[in-house]
Design a protein around this ligand. Structure first.
Ligand code: ZN
Length: 325
């Protein structure tokens, strides 16, 4: 689906089969002789075909197209290797450009797997994650030369002058784009409206939940009329949603604390005490990949509580255990 949102700015809805996210919002901006495509969809036929047909409908020449990637997740960055040409600039934040360019190896993923095992994630479930994780299956396979951007850097295309805003939290280097004269905020997965962005533990980012909440405050002050998120519906009132997201995480923090009231637990044991927005009636029913996202989010909340001095972390038989401070 292609729709013109503002003069010269279009939303391309890229389907994400079998994902609870349903689709990715890619945004195309038309300038004089050049185009900017913001986020791309996953590296898979089911995304590539609709993307190419949308670009054709919009008369976009990929030889005259630059890209901005909000963050490294495969649904946002996966297709850039297929779409970018030798003359394209691919704007991307520094920490994630370095990470992607280093081509996360099998050892990287194995390290992550042992980390999660030490938090109680069962080996049999991890094997299922290995088969179904979008990060292994649908990332870009081609090395891309990135043009790194950071806080305050500008990208001009047609009538639009976008300014980069660094918003780590959902991912280590996540960035938004702000168009001040049009009061438009392109926010990737920093703020979503119908669903809640996943905030997980990152080896590359200390206390990701704390950083996420700080960066919600950072964009709260912006004067915004239209928010263009990475998934689902567009919205106007970012401040109302930011308040809801802050409350959401405060509630999850309370649930994590309550889970520890009757004694120490691993993150795996804490996770079922937390309310998850997923169409499953019990924790056991969650697909393995969703359990992976849930445990990452649980650890992010436990990291936050530990840094805050409300809980402490110990180890027993190579398992990480949390208890009330
Ligand atoms: Zn994401």
């Amino acid at each position: 689906m292609v729709e013109e949102i503002l003069p010269g700015l279009y939303r391309i809805e890229v389907p994400l089969p079998n994902s609870p996210l349903k689709a990715l919002n890619s945004y195309l901006v038309k300038g004089q002789g050049r185009f900017l495509l913001i986020d791309t969809g996953m590296n898979r036929e089911e995304c590539l075909r609709p993307m190419l047909s949308a670009l054709k409908k919009l008369d976009v020449d990929l030889n005259k197209t630059d890209f901005f990637i909000t963050h490294l997740h495969a649904d946002h960055s996966g297709l850039v290797g297929d779409l970018a040409t030798d003359t394209s600039k691919v704007y991307f934040n520094k920490p994630e450009a370095a990470f992607i360019s280093s081509q996360p190896s099998v050892e990287y993923w194995q390290g992550l797997f042992s980390f999660l095992q030490s938090h109680g994630f069962p080996e049999a479930e991890l094997k299922k994650v290995w088969a179904g994780h979008p990060g292994f299956k649908f990332s870009s396979r081609r090395q891309v030369d990135f043009t790194t951007v950071g806080e305050g850097d500008t990208i001009e295309v047609g009538d639009y002058l976008f300014k980069g805003i660094e918003t780590p939290g959902h991912s280590p280097g996540h960035m938004c784009l702000y168009e001040a004269s049009k009061k438009v905020l392109v926010c990737g997965d920093h703020i979503l409206f119908d669903i809640t962005p996943n905030i997980t533990h990152w080896v590359q980012l200390d206390n990701s939940l704390k950083q996420y909440l700080t960066n919600l405050e950072k964009v709260y002050s912006l004067d915004v009329n239209l928010v263009l998120p990475g998934h689902r519906n567009l919205w106007h009132n970012h401040r109302k949603r930011i308040t809801e997201l802050q409350e959401h995480h405060q509630d999850r923090l309370k649930e994590a604390l309550a889970a520890l009231e009757d004694g120490e637990k691993t993150a795996w044991q804490v996770a079922p005490y937390i309310t998850w927005d997923i169409d499953c009636s019990s924790w056991e029913e969650f697909p393995a990949v969703q359990k992976w996202f849930a445990i990452g989010e649980t650890i992010a909340h436990l990291d936050y509580l530990e840094a805050d001095g409300r809980i402490q972390k110990g180890a027993k038989n190579r398992m990480v255990l949390y208890s009330l401070a």
